[in-house]
Design a protein around this ligand. Sequence first.
Ligand code: SF4
Ligand code: SF4
Length: 287
Amino acid sequence: ETPIESKPSWLRTKAVVSETYQDVRGLVREKNLHTVCAEANCPNIYECWNDREATFLVGGEICTRRCDFCDIATGRPTEYDVDEPRRVAVSIKEMELRYATVTGVARDDRPDGGAWLYAETCRQIHELSPGTGVELLIPDFKGDPGALAEVYSSRPEVLGHNVETVPRIHKRIRPAFSYERSLDVIRSASEAGLVTKSNLILGMGETREEIEEAMATLVEARCDILTITQYLRPSKLHHPIDRWVKPQEFIELSSLAEEMGFAAVMSGPMVRSSYRAGMLWGRAVVK
Ligand code: SF4
Ligand code: SF4
């Protein structure tokens, strides 16, 4: 292990096991429910589940794209499960969630890129749990206006699409995406009247100036909520870690982002794009 791979001391969380967390955990075990939180061993699980917030994956476990920071396997997906939206909605009801993030793989093998799956999951959650907020974190559907319109018409409380990194290294990190097209997705969601959100992962080789420029392009594309996170390398086959961003820099970037006009910002070494997502949405809508 090279020194850069050793995690700094600030990348640790304290596990505070609350009663609500135990309640949610019990339901997940008893009913054999699948969440990204538990299956990816997310360190924020005690906090998010205590707030009755969790994240779900749709579209299967194989992605048609390959991003250099992502742990999901790339290949040709086999299954396309039209019952998945219902199961996710039932899980959310059983967990009595206040807010759910739904994300998934890119399904470029499907004519609609999997747009129906996202839209249908949102519709079914709203139907079964009218008081639960839904955040859809979507791929770009190659910019297909029909697919995007289908997703927007399901009226998620938040529409997330992550640019993840700055324009200069975007092609290398996310070869099947384009920075400009991602900005267009955010802009079109905002024009459709949705609250929008994006994420920047730091520590992949970007400079401070480039981060600030990327933030400016997101504000310009009418992105309402921003999360800023630290890159963690899933394996030696993935993009190397360039640096560990210090907690102080995350705090500075958070203040700067608020000054630049984002309605709500979450920035920190342990932040994930779905971390405390319901709370952030609440902050964004009161503004
Ligand atoms: Fe789940 Fe996201 Fe929270 Fe992690 S940060 S526990 S994946 S909702
Ligand atoms: Fe991972 Fe999403 Fe990229 Fe697929 S499109 S490799 S799921 S980040």
